[in-house]
Design a protein around this ligand. Structure first.
Ligand code: SAH
Ligand code: DHB
Ligand code: MG
Length: 222
């Protein structure tokens, strides 16, 4: 099994199940034109985020790591009328590209885009005593995943769902020789989850155009 085969199957899935979409393609083209790294979720993964948000009936969604807003568009489209995505991005230049993409998508009124280190933005949301989020998607700097997850829990309610991207990392998650910051962050997240009876979690391994990776999916217990 190879990246080539995973990519072919991913393309088959996108071609059959994710219709061509001018808005999403415009966002990826604008990201490329502005030299943003092409580390957005794949179309099939974006669809998964949309499906989870819809199954859950999420009205308030928190995203950590906006980049050019590709995943934000998928999440915002799943919202009911009056719903909101609060999305956090460190880089002002990326946030500007995202704001343009979200405006082009006709979603600007559903988005609260906050620029700066996500820890600070999360602490501000906590201090603001903001209404709990139904769904959180964590997809920023991986070494901070545990800190983001803890804050996402504070910003959640029983039944809220938290999804963390890129936790398997080509299997480095279980490679004793791997000690890069991202892998350590992913292990720290799993250790937190082991010890925390207030959440029910699992990790789903994925393959596709973006390689071998995975998502952690957690729900806050009642
Ligand atoms: N969710 C996006 C991809 C995000 S890539 C999508 O799928 O379309 C990760 C993003 O996290 C990058 O834009 C990066 O600038 C941002 N990031 C990195 N460190 C951060 C920090 N400390 N606070 C907030 N955002 C951060
Ligand atoms: C990277 C970040 C991501 O969110 C992703 O999905 C893939 C790669 C990265 O920082 O390399
Ligand atoms: Mg990611």
């Amino acid at each position: 099994m190879s990246l080539e085969l995973w990519t072919s199957v991913d393309r088959y899935v996108s071609d059959t199940l994710v219709p061509p979409d001018e808005i999403l393609e415009h966002a990826l083209a604008a990201n490329a034109a502005a030299d943003l790294p092409a580390i957005d979720v794949s179309p099939a993964q974006g669809r998964l985020l949309e499906i989870i948000a819809k199954i859950h009936g999420a009205r308030r969604i928190l995203e950590v790591g906006t980049l050019g807003g590709y995943s934000t568009i998928w999440l915002a489209r799943a919202l009911p009328a009056g719903g909101k995505v609060v999305t956090l991005e460190l880089e002002p230049k990326y946030a500007e590209v995202a704001a343009n993409n979200l405006a082009h998508a006709g979603l600007a009124n559903k988005i609260d885009l906050r620029i700066g280190p996500a820890i600070d933005s999360l602490d501000r949301l906590i201090a603001e005593d903001t209404e709990p989020f139904d769904l959180t998607f964590i997809d920023a700097d991986k070494q901070s995943n545990r800190d983001y997850f803890e804050r996402a829990c504070t910003l959640s309610r029983p039944g809220s769902v938290i999804i963390v991207d890129n936790v398997v990392r080509d299997g480095k998650l279980v490679d004793p020789a791997a000690d890069d910051a991202g892998t350590m962050g992913s292990r720290a997240l799993h250790e937190l989850l082991t010890a925390d009876p207030s959440v029910t979690a699992t990790t789903i391994q994925t393959v596709g155009a973006k390689g071998y990776d995975g998502f952690t999916i957690a729900v806050i217990n009642s």
